[in-house]
Design a protein around this ligand. Structure first.
Ligand SMILES: Cc1cc2nc3c(=O)[nH]c(=O)nc-3n(C[C@H](O)[C@H](O)[C@H](O)COP(=O)(O)OP(=O)(O)OC[C@H]3O[C@@H](n4cnc5c(N)ncnc54)[C@H](O)[C@@H]3O)c2cc1C
Length: 439
């Protein structure tokens, strides 16, 4: 890409979000000339990489922090993802297991019983099971557990562990097969963007690109560039890192925990690694970290340019910590990554899931775990859960904390529809074909 190139659509970021849009735009629209610009040498090396996320296809049924209305929205996008991955017949792409949320103690058991009543007609895959069945399904959950302790689990037969990096590869490969005008530009970092003559001029490390329409799928960098163009000034990013521990061969499916009321982050869970089903991962932890990308210390300087580093940003941060009663929680999570002592405290959390877990069997996965770019709304000083999308003049910015990977095809469908509106009659979107294949 030495000289200036021109495209109808530029997608910035080759994670699972950008790859899903490249696929949907290539397969179901006639936009044609598309470039995906990615600063790394290959797709999905950041949050979509299986070492960095929890590999779960969330659908809302077992996520006790989602109410029914929110859960059903996530489910619609989860169905698209599952239909796509099932169609690939690729053993490296996903593994189907069970997924459950475990309730420990009378309060949590009652909460699951009530959720089951509210959700069962919308989620026919859910079952409420007690100690006896748990012993057969996941024996290690019951080994050494006190018989006096009430336990129950809401189990879904639709447990998908997805390698989202592999998914990005499949989506890009399919898109390339369908669309001969799709170009990939790896090792190409976007440095700046400006709007001129009804087009976008994107300055990259490999020269300039002009595009009629642009979609940022660049994680926290989406907001970074949005603000360069004057969009999304009311938002800041709170980067929340998540680490994982390894525990050996312990569980067969995904075991989540009941969410603590009012806490915006999920409790740690245990699940077999999609890359090695004989290793159970525990996590992710929840640690604010002033970086745009995990383990990339140079991204600290970009973090400083975002408005969390301002009086208003810091005031919002304190308000969020105070209102959500997060002081003890954040402090505890900061400790988990420390040598020796971190493992000791983390073990206490793991033992709620696996009571017989030993200190010596837990190992911190060094270098693993990504960063969830949580959105802070500065005027209200609140933390926005879920993803954030800003739609501007022929441009879209997606910032995608969890469960961004689960809903990547849903987001791609929404963005493709928006691109068609930008085109004002120039392009079309075959929604019927999309629905037939994935809906
Ligand atoms: C600990 C943890 C656990 C999670 N667990 C789950 C889960 O179980 N299920 C789930 O659905 N979601 C989960 N998520 C969230 C999920 O990982 C993300 O929502 C998803 O991977 C986001 O995909 P993306 O393509 O938007 O971002 P990314 O995968 O981060 O991709 C962004 C891409 O943009 C590129 N980029 C950035 N800046 C530039 C630039 N200037 N120029 C060019 N390219 C650029 C990056 O190199 C990168 O490739 C988890 C996240 C974390 C951190």
């Amino acid at each position: 890409m030495a000289e200036e190139r021109r495209y109808s659509l530029a997608i910035i970021g080759g994670g699972v979000t950008g790859a899903a849009l490249a696929y949907v735009a290539s397969r179901y629209t006639d936009i044609g000339s598309i470039v995906v610009i990615e600063k790394n040498a290959w797709v999905a090396q950041v949050n979509s990489h299986p070492m960095n996320n929890a590999q779960t296809s969330h659908d809302g049924g077992t996520e006790t922090n989602y109410d029914l209305a929110h859960a059903l929205k996530v489910k619609a996008a989860a169905v698209m993802l599952r239909r796509y991955v099932e169609s690939k017949k690729d053993p490296l792409l996903f593994k189907k297991t069970h997924r459950m949320v475990l309730g420990v103690g009378a309060y949590e058991v009652e909460k699951l019983r009530k959720r089951f009543e509210d959700f069962k007609s919308s989620y026919p895959d859910l079952r409420l099971i007690g100690a006896e069945e748990l012993k057969t399904l996941e024996p290690m959950l019951m080994k050494d557990r006190s018989l006096d302790e009430p336990v129950a689990a809401l189990v879904s037969s639709e447990g998908y562990a997805v390698n989202y990096q592999r998914l990005a590869e499949c989506l890009i490969s399919d898109a390339m097969t369908i669309n001969k005008n799709l170009e990939l530009s790896f090792n190409t970092g976007v440095e700046s963007i400006r709007h001129e003559h009804a087009q976008y001029m994107i300055e990259t490390t490999k020269g300039n690109v002009r595009a009629d329409m642009v979609v940022f799928a660049a994680g926290p960098y989406s907001l970074f560039f949005a603000q360069q163009l004057g969009y999304g000034k009311r938002f800041a990013i709170l980067p929340v890192a998540g680490s994982f521990y390894s525990g050996g061969e312990l569980v067969r499916g995904k075991v989540y925990r009941v969410q603590v009321e009012g806490r915006p982050f999920a409790e740690i869970h245990g699940d077999p690694d999609v890359l090695n089903s004989r290793d159970t991962r525990f996590g992710p932890t929840t640690k604010p970290l002033p970086l745009m990308e995990r383990h990339k210390y140079e991204t600290f300087f970009d973090f400083l340019k975002l408005p969390l580093v301002s009086l208003r940003g810091i005031a919002s941060l304190f308000k969020i910590i105070r209102q959500n009663k997060l002081v003890g929680y954040v402090a505890k999570n900061m400790v988990y990554d420390l040598p020796l002592i971190g493992k000791f405290f983390f073990l206490k959390e793991v033992r709620v899931i696996i009571p017989s877990m030993r200190y010596s069997d837990l190992k911190l996965r060094r270098g693993a775990g990504g960063i969830r770019p949580q959105i802070v709304d500065l005027p209200t000083g609140t933390l926005q859960m879920g993803d954030a999308t800003i739609v501007g003049d022929n441009i879209i910015f997606n910032t995608t904390p969890s469960p961004g990977a689960s809903i990547c095809l849903g987001n791609a469908k929404r963005d493709a529809a928006e691109l068609i509106k930008f085109g004002e009659g120039k392009y079309s979107f075959d929604v019927a074909a999309f629905e037939k294949d994935l809906g």
